[in-house]
Design a protein around this ligand. Structure first.
Ligand code: E4P
Length: 215
């Protein structure tokens, strides 16, 4: 499974990239707003740090607006993948963009039927939002599982990008199901790394190392 980092914070991206564990980045307008910086400045910085797919979301909601914005984002850097909302106008735009060779990440997916249509429209990635479904007492992971099965059944090439991940168990489950990608917040990437026995073990090794006589 590929790992993307789900943030627009350049320091978080630098940290994860330096560990060598991320294959790409996803952003959304809320994440970019948190940085307090202009969208394009943020994207330029991210493209310098990560050599992999970088999702940048359009804010237009009509076909013409989405296509225009998407072309401009895609022209910024070859690694930009344009995030398009899962609405009818969005799918029309995805079909046009796909025909032009512009990669898309169809976002705000909450059901397998939505994901099926996104794949038919030619989406490069589909982003089922796990945490947000869980938040309303549904099972976000069930949507991921259904998408993986349906795409596999019919050889649809759209990659399942597990999004809205809130904790390490989401990552474990998404990888067991066979999601192609998980986009993970910086905090959760560090949670994946953490184990108390590693910390205790390291502490003991370092204490014992001090007892070794100098040779
Ligand atoms: C990433 O592509 C999504 O926009 C993001 O994972 C949404 O996460 P949230 O539900 O925690 O805001």
């Amino acid at each position: 499974m590929e790992i993307f980092i789900d943030t627009a914070d350049i320091e978080e991206i630098r940290d994860a990239a330096a560990m060598g564990v991320i294959d790409g980045v996803t952003t959304n307008p809320s994440l970019v707003a948190k940085t307090g910086r202009p969208f394009k400045d943020v994207l330029v910085d991210i493209c310098e740090v990560v050599d992999g797919p970088i999702s940048a979301e359009v804010v237009a909601t009509d076909y013409d607006g989405i296509v225009t914005e998407a072309r401009s984002l895609a022209a910024m850097h070859e690694n930009i993948v344009v995030k398009v909302p899962l609405i009818a106008e969005g799918l029309k735009a995805v079909r046009t963009l796909t025909n032009e060779g512009i990669r898309t990440n169809v976002t705000l997916c909450f059901s397998v039927t939505q994901g099926l249509l996104a794949a038919k429209a030619g989406a490069t990635y589909i982003s089922p939002f796990i945490g947000r479904v869980d938040d309303i007492s549904g099972s976000g992971m069930e949507v991921v599982e259904q998408l993986v099965t349906v795409y596999r059944n019919y050889g649809l090439g759209t990659k399942v990008l597990a999004a809205s991940i809130r904790h390490p168990l989401h990552v474990v489950q998404a990888s067991m199901i066979g999601a192609d990608v998980a986009t993970i917040p910086h905090k959760v990437i560090h949670q994946l790394l953490k184990h108390p026995l590693t910390d205790i073990g390291l502490e003991r090794f370092l204490a014992d190392a001090k007892k070794i006589p100098n040779g």
